[in-house]
Write a protein that binds this ligand. Structure first.
Ligand code: RIB
Ligand code: CA
Length: 317
């Protein structure tokens, strides 16, 4: 099996944590590193959470890199649903693992320039605000040659916004960074709220995960219980939308997904619509598409795969 070389840029964050645990139990991925960014919670918390999740998974082999601790220009905005520490109040042991002594941007630049030289391109999976990725692009635009594509959770169209009336959180936090990424000419596969709101971690689904008899599945069931929005008006039933893990379910099972190509811009001047993702769906502007926008998923298929992968813990030594 050829393993897919990936780098994950992340801001754990409850759904980031579940995504990382899914990846660490999936041998189809060759996870080259986790680059951490300020987002749901401040960088010191997203970094600690990332280290703790790797230790929970028994995967202390994965290098973790601390990245940017603030957006390029705007004041940080925090997530509302991951709790003050970022894992919904679930307390994991203080990490023994330390981050690498290299900044995340330097790791991204070095790895992606090397990938461009060898031709072994890397799939960059972005689960948080795009500050690290944008700074790496500004530092060395040539990294684009080492990126197979960027698969990111972010944006919204019919499901316009979650953290503001017009914008999804990852894009809202750093719209300038997002605009740099969307204008870089790198193939993007985008998983917006329109898609991720279809993947609700309902009480029934969470209980199926809780029935998996290992400590990792129990932690996931606990944090997903906290993640429940209890907003039947908005989501049609109980549960919380499991955004970030869908990036990896898509990479593992693309046939579960459908969408369409579009030219997407990021609003970064109007305060009213700051961070909005604006798509030309019908080629009105004559501009070439810059993103494959995924809009449909077989959510049950995703949760079945998530359960199957969590059941693999504890991983063989
Ligand atoms: O809007 C949802 C996204 O914002 C997810 O990635 C969540 O973790 C937060 O980063
Ligand atoms: Ca995230």
């Amino acid at each position: 099996m050829t393993r897919l070389p990936i780098i994950i840029d992340t801001d754990p964050g409850i759904d980031d944590a579940v995504a990382i645990l899914l990846v660490l139990a999936s041998p189809e991925f060759d996870l080259l590193g986790l680059t951490v960014v300020s987002g749901n919670v401040p960088l010191e918390d997203t970094l600690r959470n990332t280290l703790q999740v790797c230790e929970l998974a028994g995967r202390t082999d994965v290098p973790v890199f601390a990245g940017c601790d603030r957006p390029l220009l705007r004041q940080p905005v925090r997530g509302l649903f991951s709790g003050r520490e970022g894992l919904g109040g679930v307390v994991l042991p203080p990490p023994r693992l330390a981050p690498q002594p290299v900044h995340a941007v330097d790791f991204l630049v070095k790895s992606l320039l090397e990938a461009g030289r060898t031709g072994e391109k890397i799939t960059l999976c972005a689960l948080g605000p795009l500050t690290n990725v944008a700074v790496a692009l500004a530092h060395s635009p040539g990294i684009a040659a080492g990126i197979e594509r960027i698969v990111l959770m972010g944006g919204g169209f019919r499901e316009l916004g979650n953290r503001s009336i017009a914008a999804e959180f990852n894009i809202l936090v750093d719209p300038h960074a997002a605009s740099i990424v969307y204008e870089a000419g790198i193939p993007i596969t985008m998983l917006p709220l329109d898609l991720t709101h279809q993947a609700l971690a309902t009480p029934k689904r969470v209980e199926r995960l809780r029935a998996i008899d290992n400590p990792v599945a129990q932690v996931v069931a606990d944090i997903l219980t906290i993640w429940d929005r209890k907003d039947i008006d908005r989501f049609g039933e109980l549960g919380g939308p499991l955004h970030d893990p869908l990036v990896f379910d898509y990479l593992l099972a693309p046939d579960r997904y459908s969408g369409r190509a579009a030219r997407v811009w990021i609003e970064h001047t109007s305060e009213l619509t700051m961070g909005q993702t604006v798509a030309d769906w019908w080629g009105k502007t004559g501009e070439k598409p810059n993103a494959e926008v995924l809009t449909k998923v077989d959510a049950q298929g995703f949760f079945d795969l998530l359960g199957e992968r969590l059941a693999r813990y504890p991983l063989p030594a």
